[in-house]
Every structure is written in structure tokens, then in C-alpha cells.
Design a protein around this ligand. Structure first.
Ligand code: 5RP
Length: 218
């Protein structure tokens, strides 16, 4: 089975978690693109979707799924999104698609976060995947210097401007043994908008696509 087939299986398995007449939070990325295809098959049974990126919004609209503004709703029962890495505590690194800030906002509102991944994303210790950090452009050099003090090798992602008009620094070479503490520490650097550690708000349920089928971790 290819990695993309495992992503697709996990994404389609997420349909089981969608209740009738609900509003669905939708993440970003290639796994989520499979989920949006799946969601389109039940679009008449849901009230609509809240999107975490312009990319997902475009695909949702193209498939006829109503996109709602997060500010117009007071609660969100479910959020479906992928991850770049996930550990045994359901802490994640996200932001490979540069949508981490909006993803973190929608995840914060949602009652249940269902993470859809293929088995290659499972790790013991987070950090092999470079940690994305969204920064205000005028602060990128300062933030990079601060990241070096923490032992990271910061690399400015070339040619990428986020949906919020900011830049992404990818922090390489971090062994993230305490994701909760590092998430807080990075948030405290002036100029950082969001970092891609999702530890304070981990996933609640993980659907892991593999060649043996999709496993549900609760
Ligand atoms: C986007 C993300 C994605 O969920 C993450 O990058 C995984 O992407 P893919 O499903 O394409 O492997 O955080 O900002």
C-alpha cells in the first residue's frame, strides 16, 4: 500500500465520527483533501464546515460544501485534521502545509479533535520533522536567533507566505522530550504567532492508516 492510500483510508474512516446536522472543522493537507472528498458524499447531512485554510476552503466550495465563518458559530463538535508527526500522548507537530495558526484556532474551539494520519507519522519522540513556527516577518531574524539559543537550526521557508501574511521558520534538530513546555516557551518569544506543537490541545482520537487497515486510537 502506498503512503497516499494509507492516508486515504484513515481519512475516509473519519466519516464515522461525523454526526448528522453537525458543523465539521476541517484541517489542511493531502490527508485532509481525501477527507474533504469523503465529506462531499454526505454534504446534505451536515450543516457545513469551518475551514483552516484558503486551500481547504477552495476545495470545500468546489465540492459544494457550505463554508461557515468560525465567528458565526459558538460551538464546534468535531475537528478533523492531519499531522506531520504524532507521539503516544497524541501530541503532534503540525504546520507542514503552513496552516498551523488557523488549525490551532479551529482545534481550540472543537470539542473533539480526530487526527488522521498514515502510520509513518507515528514517532516516539517529536522533532525529526522540522517544527514549523509562524512569525511576523519583521521578527524573523530575532526569532531565529532565539531558536538557536534553544539548540534548533532555524531555516526560513522560502517563497511561503501564510494565509495570515506571515512567514514560516522551520526549526530543525530539536529532540522534543517535553512538548508541553516547549510549546509554551516558543509562544513566549516575541514575534512568534504560533508554533506547530499541538500538545496543550492534543488529538482526542487518532485514526492510523496502515497496510493492515485503519486503527482507532482513543
Ligand atoms: C498543514 C498540516 C498538515 O496536517 C500536515 O502537514 C500533514 O499534511 P499531509 O496530510 O499532507 O501529510 O499541519 O499545516
Amino acid at each position: 500500500m502506498t503512503q497516499d492510500e494509507m492516508k486515504r483510508d484513515a481519512a475516509w474512516a473519519a466519516l464515522e465520527f461525523i454526526s448528522k446536522d453537525s458543523i465539521v472543522g476541517v484541517g489542511t493537507g493531502s490527508t485532509v483533501n481525501h477527507f474533504i472528498d469523503a465529506l462531499a458524499t454526505i454534504k446534505d447531512d451536515i450543516r457545513g464546515a469551518v475551514s483552516s485554510s484558503e486551500q481547504s476552503t477552495a476545495k470545500l466550495k468546489q465540492l459544494g460544501i457550505k463554508v461557515l465563518d468560525l465567528n458565526d458559530i459558538s460551538e464546534l463538535s468535531i475537528y478533523i485534521d492531519g499531522a506531520d508527526e504524532i507521539n503516544g500522548q497524541k501530541h503532534m507537530i503540525k504546520g507542514g502545509g503552513a496552516a498551523l495558526t488557523r488549525e490551532k484556532i479551529v482545534a481550540a474551539v472543537a470539542e473533539t479533535f480526530v487526527c488522521i494520519v498514515d502510520s509513518t507519522k507515528q514517532v516516539e519522540v517529536l522533532g525529526r520533522f522540522p517544527l514549523p513556527i509562524e512569525v511576523i516577518p519583521m521578527a524573523s531574524s530575532y526569532v531565529s536567533r532565539e531558536l538557536k539559543k534553544l539548540g534548533a537550526k532555524p531555516v526560513l521557508r522560502q517563497g511561503v507566505i501564510t494565509d495570515n501574511g506571515n512567514q514560516i521558520i522551520d526549526a530543525h534538530d530539536l529532540q522534543i522530550t517535553d512538548p508541553l513546555a516547549l510549546e509554551q516557551q516558543l509562544n513566549n518569544i516575541v514575534g512568534v504567532v504560533t508554533n506547530g506543537l499541538f500538545a496543550r490541545r492534543p488529538a482526542d482520537i487518532v485514526l492510523v492508516g496502515s497496510s493492515d487497515g485503519t486503527r482507532v486510537l482513543k
